[in-house]
Design a protein around this ligand. Sequence first.
Ligand SMILES: *[C@@H]1O[C@H](CO)[C@@H](O)[C@H](O)[C@H]1NC(C)=O
Ligand SMILES: *[C@@H]1O[C@H](CO)[C@@H](O)[C@H](O)[C@H]1NC(C)=O
Length: 171
Amino acid sequence: MTVQRSPQFIILICGVFLSNCEVIDLGAGTSYTEFRNIQNQESELVWVKGRMGGVIGLFESTNISSLVFEVVIGGYANSRSMLRVISRGGDKATTYDTQFLLNPNQYTPFWIKWTSSTVYLRPGTMDNNGPVLEWTRGDTVSVRYMAFRTGSTSAVKYMMNLSCSKTNIEI
Ligand SMILES: *[C@@H]1O[C@H](CO)[C@@H](O)[C@H](O)[C@H]1NC(C)=O
Ligand SMILES: *[C@@H]1O[C@H](CO)[C@@H](O)[C@H](O)[C@H]1NC(C)=O
């Protein structure tokens, strides 16, 4: 009698490994993609690399029209970062602090933190000190998904787990 390992078993192991080591590599002008379930989180450390326009959306569902917060890092040709509640809509909070801008040659870390009414953007790997950009909505929302797009005609890469991509960090 021969015992064969099922293909499903192999795929499951690979899937778990890849989900820890994913680099989200988006080309120019992409719409929201790579929806991640963040229901049990209140923050996420995201490493972003690109010339301009890294955009991270927080959603109530995986439907793009359920966007509740939009974080734009290095918007307007990498001159400022903004928080929005409508995609490509009015900027509710803006910072020109250069610590909030992107670097095309290395991944830059940003903490994105949220509650049911407020979103916070903080440069660096610490979520409890340093400069912060924040915006509070007038209503209460459920933040359940995070997704990514590019804000311009420039490609952007996103990574959630730094230990996964040592050859690509260039810090
Ligand atoms: C990062 O990736 C490594 C290698 O796959 C894994 O061991 C580790 O648990 C991951 N960390 C997180 C926070 O996902
Ligand atoms: C997404 O939400 C909009 C507005 O509520 C709705 O019109 C649309 O059908 C939804 N799309 C999907 C795929 O559910």
